[in-house]
Design a protein around this ligand. Structure first.
Ligand code: GLU
Length: 300
Protein backbone atom coordinates (compact mmCIF):
# COMPACT_ATOMS: atom_id res chain seq x y z
CA UNK A 1 0.00 0.00 0.00
CA UNK A 2 2.82 2.32 0.87
CA UNK A 3 4.39 1.77 -2.54
CA UNK A 4 1.14 2.61 -4.30
CA UNK A 5 0.71 5.62 -2.06
CA UNK A 6 4.13 6.88 -3.02
CA UNK A 7 3.44 6.61 -6.74
CA UNK A 8 0.12 8.37 -6.26
CA UNK A 9 1.92 11.03 -4.23
CA UNK A 10 4.06 11.95 -7.20
CA UNK A 11 1.02 12.23 -9.47
CA UNK A 12 -0.99 14.14 -6.94
CA UNK A 13 1.76 16.57 -6.00
CA UNK A 14 1.17 18.45 -9.25
CA UNK A 15 -2.53 18.91 -8.56
CA UNK A 16 -2.23 19.58 -4.83
CA UNK A 17 -2.33 23.34 -5.35
CA UNK A 18 -5.98 23.06 -6.46
CA UNK A 19 -7.09 21.15 -3.38
CA UNK A 20 -7.18 21.87 0.34
CA UNK A 21 -3.69 23.34 0.20
CA UNK A 22 -4.63 25.88 -2.45
CA UNK A 23 -7.65 27.49 -0.86
CA UNK A 24 -7.04 30.74 1.02
CA UNK A 25 -7.09 30.61 4.84
CA UNK A 26 -10.69 30.61 6.10
CA UNK A 27 -10.10 32.80 9.14
CA UNK A 28 -6.39 33.18 9.44
CA UNK A 29 -4.83 35.87 11.58
CA UNK A 30 -5.18 39.46 10.42
CA UNK A 31 -1.74 41.01 9.91
CA UNK A 32 -2.52 43.83 12.37
CA UNK A 33 -3.27 41.27 15.11
CA UNK A 34 0.11 39.58 14.80
CA UNK A 35 2.77 40.53 17.32
CA UNK A 36 5.68 42.73 16.39
CA UNK A 37 9.08 41.39 17.40
CA UNK A 38 11.88 43.71 18.48
CA UNK A 39 14.99 43.08 16.40
CA UNK A 40 18.18 42.57 18.42
CA UNK A 41 20.58 45.43 17.72
CA UNK A 42 24.26 44.84 17.06
CA UNK A 43 23.74 41.10 17.43
CA UNK A 44 26.67 38.94 16.38
CA UNK A 45 27.28 35.18 16.49
CA UNK A 46 30.69 34.63 14.90
CA UNK A 47 30.93 31.07 16.28
CA UNK A 48 27.97 30.00 14.06
CA UNK A 49 28.90 29.35 10.42
CA UNK A 50 25.18 29.43 9.51
CA UNK A 51 24.63 32.82 11.12
CA UNK A 52 27.83 34.22 9.58
CA UNK A 53 26.88 33.33 6.01
CA UNK A 54 23.27 34.55 6.49
CA UNK A 55 24.65 37.82 7.86
CA UNK A 56 26.88 38.18 4.80
CA UNK A 57 23.89 37.50 2.47
CA UNK A 58 21.75 39.93 4.44
CA UNK A 59 18.93 37.45 4.99
CA UNK A 60 17.98 34.15 6.57
CA UNK A 61 16.59 31.22 4.62
CA UNK A 62 14.01 29.50 6.78
CA UNK A 63 12.32 26.16 6.07
CA UNK A 64 8.60 25.96 6.84
CA UNK A 65 5.41 24.12 5.84
CA UNK A 66 3.03 25.76 3.36
CA UNK A 67 -0.17 23.76 3.72
CA UNK A 68 -0.77 23.44 7.46
CA UNK A 69 -3.42 26.01 8.51
CA UNK A 70 -2.72 27.55 11.91
CA UNK A 71 0.90 26.32 11.87
CA UNK A 72 2.52 27.13 8.52
CA UNK A 73 0.40 28.14 5.56
CA UNK A 74 1.14 30.08 2.41
CA UNK A 75 -1.61 32.33 1.12
CA UNK A 76 -1.60 31.59 -2.62
CA UNK A 77 -2.96 35.06 -3.43
CA UNK A 78 -0.39 37.12 -1.50
CA UNK A 79 2.48 34.62 -1.12
CA UNK A 80 2.48 35.39 2.62
CA UNK A 81 3.12 32.75 5.25
CA UNK A 82 1.13 32.60 8.49
CA UNK A 83 0.81 30.31 11.50
CA UNK A 84 2.36 29.58 14.86
CA UNK A 85 5.49 28.02 13.35
CA UNK A 86 5.93 31.04 11.09
CA UNK A 87 5.68 33.32 14.14
CA UNK A 88 8.33 31.24 15.93
CA UNK A 89 10.52 31.52 12.82
CA UNK A 90 10.03 35.31 12.82
CA UNK A 91 10.77 35.86 16.51
CA UNK A 92 13.92 33.74 16.18
CA UNK A 93 15.05 35.81 13.20
CA UNK A 94 14.50 39.00 15.20
CA UNK A 95 16.57 37.59 18.07
CA UNK A 96 19.37 36.79 15.62
CA UNK A 97 19.39 40.41 14.42
CA UNK A 98 17.35 40.01 11.21
CA UNK A 99 14.21 42.00 10.38
CA UNK A 100 11.45 39.36 10.21
CA UNK A 101 9.46 41.36 7.65
CA UNK A 102 12.31 42.04 5.25
CA UNK A 103 15.12 39.57 5.86
CA UNK A 104 13.54 36.10 5.77
CA UNK A 105 13.28 34.01 2.66
CA UNK A 106 10.84 31.15 3.28
CA UNK A 107 11.26 27.75 1.66
CA UNK A 108 8.44 25.24 1.88
CA UNK A 109 9.94 21.83 2.71
CA UNK A 110 7.89 18.63 3.07
CA UNK A 111 8.33 16.30 6.04
CA UNK A 112 10.47 13.80 4.13
CA UNK A 113 12.96 16.42 2.93
CA UNK A 114 13.80 18.28 6.14
CA UNK A 115 17.00 16.47 7.07
CA UNK A 116 18.49 16.75 3.56
CA UNK A 117 17.58 20.44 3.37
CA UNK A 118 19.45 21.11 6.62
CA UNK A 119 22.38 18.88 5.65
CA UNK A 120 22.79 20.50 2.23
CA UNK A 121 22.64 24.03 3.58
CA UNK A 122 19.44 24.81 1.61
CA UNK A 123 18.00 26.40 4.75
CA UNK A 124 19.50 28.01 7.86
CA UNK A 125 16.87 26.64 10.21
CA UNK A 126 13.53 24.85 10.01
CA UNK A 127 10.31 25.54 11.90
CA UNK A 128 7.54 23.19 10.78
CA UNK A 129 5.87 20.80 13.26
CA UNK A 130 9.23 19.03 13.52
CA UNK A 131 9.36 16.41 16.28
CA UNK A 132 12.65 16.04 18.12
CA UNK A 133 13.67 12.37 18.24
CA UNK A 134 16.78 10.21 18.53
CA UNK A 135 16.88 9.17 14.86
CA UNK A 136 16.68 12.74 13.61
CA UNK A 137 19.25 13.91 16.17
CA UNK A 138 21.84 11.77 14.37
CA UNK A 139 21.23 13.83 11.21
CA UNK A 140 20.35 17.35 12.36
CA UNK A 141 20.60 19.60 15.41
CA UNK A 142 17.63 20.94 17.36
CA UNK A 143 16.75 23.87 19.60
CA UNK A 144 13.70 23.77 21.83
CA UNK A 145 11.26 22.26 22.45
CA UNK A 146 8.84 25.16 21.89
CA UNK A 147 5.55 23.19 21.87
CA UNK A 148 4.30 19.66 22.62
CA UNK A 149 1.76 18.24 20.17
CA UNK A 150 0.14 14.78 20.09
CA UNK A 151 -0.94 12.40 17.32
CA UNK A 152 -4.69 12.14 16.66
CA UNK A 153 -7.12 11.21 13.86
CA UNK A 154 -9.07 13.36 11.40
CA UNK A 155 -12.16 11.74 9.85
CA UNK A 156 -15.17 12.77 7.76
CA UNK A 157 -17.92 14.36 9.84
CA UNK A 158 -20.34 11.47 9.10
CA UNK A 159 -17.83 8.80 10.20
CA UNK A 160 -19.37 6.61 12.93
CA UNK A 161 -16.96 3.71 13.46
CA UNK A 162 -13.54 5.33 13.65
CA UNK A 163 -13.35 6.95 17.06
CA UNK A 164 -9.71 6.45 17.96
CA UNK A 165 -6.59 4.39 17.24
CA UNK A 166 -8.31 1.23 18.56
CA UNK A 167 -10.66 1.28 15.53
CA UNK A 168 -8.07 1.46 12.75
CA UNK A 169 -7.85 -2.25 11.78
CA UNK A 170 -8.60 -2.71 8.07
CA UNK A 171 -9.12 1.03 7.55
CA UNK A 172 -7.01 3.22 5.26
CA UNK A 173 -5.09 5.68 7.40
CA UNK A 174 -3.20 8.42 5.57
CA UNK A 175 -0.11 10.27 6.74
CA UNK A 176 2.95 12.01 5.30
CA UNK A 177 6.08 10.30 4.05
CA UNK A 178 8.98 10.77 6.48
CA UNK A 179 6.77 11.64 9.47
CA UNK A 180 6.65 10.18 12.97
CA UNK A 181 2.85 9.54 12.80
CA UNK A 182 3.32 7.34 9.72
CA UNK A 183 6.12 5.42 11.45
CA UNK A 184 3.94 4.93 14.52
CA UNK A 185 1.03 3.56 12.48
CA UNK A 186 3.32 1.12 10.70
CA UNK A 187 5.16 0.01 13.86
CA UNK A 188 2.39 -0.03 16.50
CA UNK A 189 -0.80 -0.53 14.46
CA UNK A 190 0.08 -3.13 11.83
CA UNK A 191 -3.59 -3.98 11.18
CA UNK A 192 -4.27 -0.45 9.96
CA UNK A 193 -3.70 0.05 6.22
CA UNK A 194 -1.09 2.81 6.07
CA UNK A 195 -1.26 5.13 3.06
CA UNK A 196 1.47 7.73 2.53
CA UNK A 197 1.57 10.94 0.52
CA UNK A 198 3.96 13.85 0.39
CA UNK A 199 1.81 16.09 2.56
CA UNK A 200 -1.18 16.04 4.88
CA UNK A 201 -3.08 18.38 2.56
CA UNK A 202 -3.05 15.60 -0.08
CA UNK A 203 -4.27 13.15 2.58
CA UNK A 204 -7.15 15.53 3.41
CA UNK A 205 -8.15 15.73 -0.26
CA UNK A 206 -8.17 11.92 -0.32
CA UNK A 207 -10.23 11.77 2.86
CA UNK A 208 -12.86 14.09 1.35
CA UNK A 209 -12.85 11.98 -1.84
CA UNK A 210 -13.38 8.76 0.17
CA UNK A 211 -10.04 7.32 -0.97
CA UNK A 212 -8.90 6.97 2.65
CA UNK A 213 -10.77 6.68 5.97
CA UNK A 214 -8.69 8.94 8.20
CA UNK A 215 -5.72 11.27 8.25
CA UNK A 216 -3.32 10.91 11.16
CA UNK A 217 -0.74 13.38 12.40
CA UNK A 218 -0.31 15.97 15.14
CA UNK A 219 -3.41 17.54 16.70
CA UNK A 220 -2.06 21.02 15.81
CA UNK A 221 -2.24 20.20 12.10
CA UNK A 222 -5.52 18.25 12.15
CA UNK A 223 -7.39 20.90 14.15
CA UNK A 224 -6.34 23.45 11.53
CA UNK A 225 -7.86 21.40 8.70
CA UNK A 226 -11.03 20.72 10.72
CA UNK A 227 -11.41 24.44 11.53
CA UNK A 228 -11.27 25.24 7.82
CA UNK A 229 -13.95 22.74 6.87
CA UNK A 230 -16.02 21.97 10.00
CA UNK A 231 -19.03 20.82 7.99
CA UNK A 232 -17.08 17.94 6.48
CA UNK A 233 -14.28 17.14 8.93
CA UNK A 234 -13.77 16.37 12.61
CA UNK A 235 -10.89 15.35 14.89
CA UNK A 236 -11.59 12.26 17.04
CA UNK A 237 -10.05 10.35 19.95
CA UNK A 238 -7.38 11.33 22.44
CA UNK A 239 -3.78 12.11 21.57
CA UNK A 240 -1.77 8.87 21.39
CA UNK A 241 1.77 10.25 21.27
CA UNK A 242 3.92 13.14 22.44
CA UNK A 243 5.53 15.25 19.74
CA UNK A 244 7.95 17.80 21.15
CA UNK A 245 8.57 20.40 18.45
CA UNK A 246 12.11 21.60 17.84
CA UNK A 247 13.73 24.11 15.53
CA UNK A 248 15.92 22.12 13.15
CA UNK A 249 19.45 23.44 12.57
CA UNK A 250 22.52 22.08 10.77
CA UNK A 251 23.89 19.37 13.05
CA UNK A 252 27.39 20.75 13.44
CA UNK A 253 26.22 24.27 14.30
CA UNK A 254 25.98 24.01 18.07
CA UNK A 255 26.36 27.76 18.48
CA UNK A 256 23.17 28.36 16.47
CA UNK A 257 21.21 25.77 18.51
CA UNK A 258 22.38 27.42 21.74
CA UNK A 259 21.50 30.92 20.50
CA UNK A 260 18.00 29.75 19.47
CA UNK A 261 17.48 28.07 22.86
CA UNK A 262 18.36 31.34 24.54
CA UNK A 263 16.11 33.29 22.20
CA UNK A 264 13.16 30.94 22.88
CA UNK A 265 13.53 31.37 26.64
CA UNK A 266 13.66 35.16 26.23
CA UNK A 267 10.61 35.24 23.92
CA UNK A 268 8.64 33.07 26.36
CA UNK A 269 9.54 35.42 29.23
CA UNK A 270 8.66 38.55 27.25
CA UNK A 271 5.20 37.22 26.38
CA UNK A 272 5.96 37.03 22.64
CA UNK A 273 5.46 33.25 22.59
CA UNK A 274 1.98 33.58 24.11
CA UNK A 275 1.04 36.52 21.86
CA UNK A 276 2.10 34.43 18.85
CA UNK A 277 0.06 31.45 20.05
CA UNK A 278 -3.03 33.58 20.73
CA UNK A 279 -2.88 35.13 17.25
CA UNK A 280 -2.56 31.76 15.44
CA UNK A 281 -3.20 28.35 17.04
CA UNK A 282 -5.19 29.96 19.83
CA UNK A 283 -7.84 31.03 17.28
CA UNK A 284 -9.11 27.42 17.43
CA UNK A 285 -10.33 28.18 20.96
CA UNK A 286 -7.76 26.33 23.08
CA UNK A 287 -6.13 28.73 25.56
CA UNK A 288 -2.34 28.95 25.46
CA UNK A 289 -0.67 26.17 27.49
CA UNK A 290 2.51 26.79 29.47
CA UNK A 291 5.34 26.51 26.96
CA UNK A 292 7.51 23.42 27.54
CA UNK A 293 10.88 23.95 29.21
CA UNK A 294 13.67 24.53 26.71
CA UNK A 295 15.90 21.54 27.39
CA UNK A 296 19.32 20.88 25.86
CA UNK A 297 19.24 17.39 27.42
CA UNK A 298 16.34 16.54 25.10
CA UNK A 299 17.63 18.20 21.96
CA UNK A 300 21.36 17.28 21.97
N1 GLU B 1 5.54 16.13 14.17
C1 GLU B 1 5.53 15.03 13.25
C2 GLU B 1 6.86 14.88 12.55
O1 GLU B 1 7.74 15.66 12.77
C3 GLU B 1 4.40 15.12 12.26
C4 GLU B 1 4.23 16.44 11.57
C5 GLU B 1 5.10 16.61 10.35
O2 GLU B 1 5.22 15.67 9.53
O3 GLU B 1 5.64 17.69 10.18
O4 GLU B 1 7.07 13.95 11.81
Amino acid sequence: MLGRGLVAAVLLAATAACGASGSPPARGPQPEQLPHYDVAEDFSLPSSPTWKSAHRRGELTVGVKEDQPGMGEKNPATGEYTGFDVEIAKMMAASLGFDPDKQIEYKAIASANRETALQNGQIDYYVGTYTINEGRKKLVGFAGPYYIAGQRLLVRRDEKQLKGPQDMAGRKICSAVGSTPLQRIQADHPRAVAVAYDSYAICVDNLLNHQVDAVTTDDTILLGYAAKDPERLKVVGKAFSEEPYGIGVPRQDRALARALDKALVARERSGDWKRAYDATLGLSGRPAPEPPRVDPALTR
